[in-house]
Design a protein around this ligand. Structure first.
Ligand code: ATP
Ligand code: MG
Length: 161
């Protein structure tokens, strides 16, 4: 069954809103929430991915920070971008963040809580959907996560004729 990725994204944002508010952070939703981007997904799985990435953005961004959230179509893919202006990741650690249990700066991470599984699980789920997840980051500047998922095949009118 087809699901609207925009509704799922909206509901994930709503679920983390309070956490962001408590850190005085602004969740800046750029996407047009009246549009529909249809995808064939395991909703619970993709919701888990969105919550993982949004929670990371909030967790690894200082008080008063800002998180830009966008979603749009690119060719046959739906793309979601979650970009923060938080602490970022040092270049030498960047290639390891999708490894299970990997966390940048163990001491600091331990104080923040978590297990280091969020990104590896997210990558697994996205790849199970024939999608792709990428992370770009600059230490002290911020982190941008890009998720691509195949669009649902177009159904309806053109199939009737
Ligand atoms: P868990 O998600 O299991 O609660 P976690 O957040 O530490 O724990 P991951 O989500 O897998 O684990 O992230 C791995 C590491 O990558 C984090 O510990 C953190 O160091 C770094 N990281 C992830 N997202 C960001 C981000 N948005 N900004 C800065 N660092 C990040
Ligand atoms: Mg995490």
């Amino acid at each position: 069954k087809d699901s609207n990725l925009i509704s799922l994204l909206k509901s994930a944002v709503t679920k983390v809103e309070l956490t962001a508010k408590n850190k005085n952070q602004h969740l800046n939703c750029i996407f047009d929430d009246s549009q529909r981007i249809m995808v064939v997904i395991d909703k619970d799985g993709i919701e888990q991915v969105l919550l993982n990435i949004l929670s990371n953005a909030i967790k690894y961004t200082q008080e008063g920070g800002r998180i830009d959230i966008d979603a749009f179509r690119v060719g046959k893919y739906a793309r979601i971008i979650i970009a923060d202006n938080g602490i970022g990741i040092p270049e030498k650690e960047l290639s390891r963040v999708f490894e299970r249990f990997f966390r940048v700066d163990r001491a600091r991470s331990r104080a923040m809580g978590g297990t280091g599984l969020g990104l590896s699980i997210s990558k697994q789920i996205v790849e199970d959907h024939n999608g792709n997840i990428e992370l770009e980051s600059k230490e002290g500047k911020g982190t941008k996560v890009t998720i691509s998922l195949p669009l649902a095949p177009i159904r309806g009118r053109q199939n009737i004729e």
